[in-house]
Write a protein that binds this ligand. Structure first.
Ligand code: TZP
Ligand code: MG
Length: 228
């Protein structure tokens, strides 16, 4: 699977904090979510040490490979290289995209978080495969976000990407759940550039039944809303 073939419809971003994971096993929760139809997964772990990151990433990769979906690592190019997974997701304060590309190669999937038109234009020009556009809505999962941009800010960024003329894929992130997902997709859409999917942490990871939560979200992503 090359970077161009990726299905971004339902992008699971993991969380290892007790507030979201509780005492459940991360790999089991992720596998349940994959069973429910998650199409791409990012291992995001701000609490574990490097040795734990590598061993957990290996376990997650064994599972995502069985489901034939890509596994990306948040922030840590070294961890992605160590386990040989499909790519990384980097923020504005992480190792820069051009250096990440040099280290990981042209076949790696590299995504970048963007909150502004300027950040989106730069990431397009520097060769991002996809952009994580956000923060859509304020969320307790990430409180140090620079900006909450809503559907109108997201639409402006989609327009800028369309103007760049590059085939960069896009997902929205922040506060997306089964109540908000259709509004996010349809109110953000620009006439020539729509979101390819939604990235979700708590609405799947903290759900009592992550499989059911993923199933419901995927069906909402695939269904035009009543207000379209
Ligand atoms: N980046 C911007 S918001 C966010 C990240 C990683 C967290 C999204 O979490 P949730 O629980 O889906 O709102
Ligand atoms: Mg980061």
């Amino acid at each position: 699977m090359g970077p161009g073939d990726v299905d971004y419809s339902l992008y699971l971003v993991t969380d290892s904090t007790s507030a979201i994971l509780g005492d459940r096993d991360l790999v089991e929760v992720v596998e349940a979510a994959l069973n429910g139809g998650v199409t791409i997964c990012q291992y995001r772990d701000k609490v574990s040490d490097t040795a734990t990151l590598v061993s957990t990433a290996r376990k997650l990769h064994a599972v995502t490979q069985r489901y034939n979906i890509p596994l990306l690592i948040n922030d840590r190019i070294d961890v992605a290289l160590a386990i040989g997974c499909e790519g990384v997701h980097i923020g504005q304060d992480d190792l820069d995209l051009k250096t990440a590309r040099k280290l990981l190669g042209k076949d790696a999937i590299i995504g970048v978080t963007v909150s502004t038109v300027e950040e989106a234009q730069k990431a397009c020009r520097d060769g991002a495969d996809y952009l994580g556009i956000g923060t859509m809505f304020a969320t307790p999962t990430k409180t140090n976000t620079k900006s909450v941009i809503g559907t109108s800010g997201t639409q402006q960024i989609l327009q800028a990407i369309a103007d760049e003329g590059k085939n960069v894929r896009t997902v929205s992130i922040g506060g997306i759940n089964s109540e908000t997902v259709q509004r996010v997709l349809y109110q953000s859409a620009h006439p020539t550039k729509q979101l390819d999917g939604v990235a979700i942490v708590s609405a799947i990871m903290a759900a009592k039944d992550p499989k059911k939560a993923a199933e419901k979200l995927l069906s909402l992503v695939k269904t035009p809303p009543p207000f379209a």
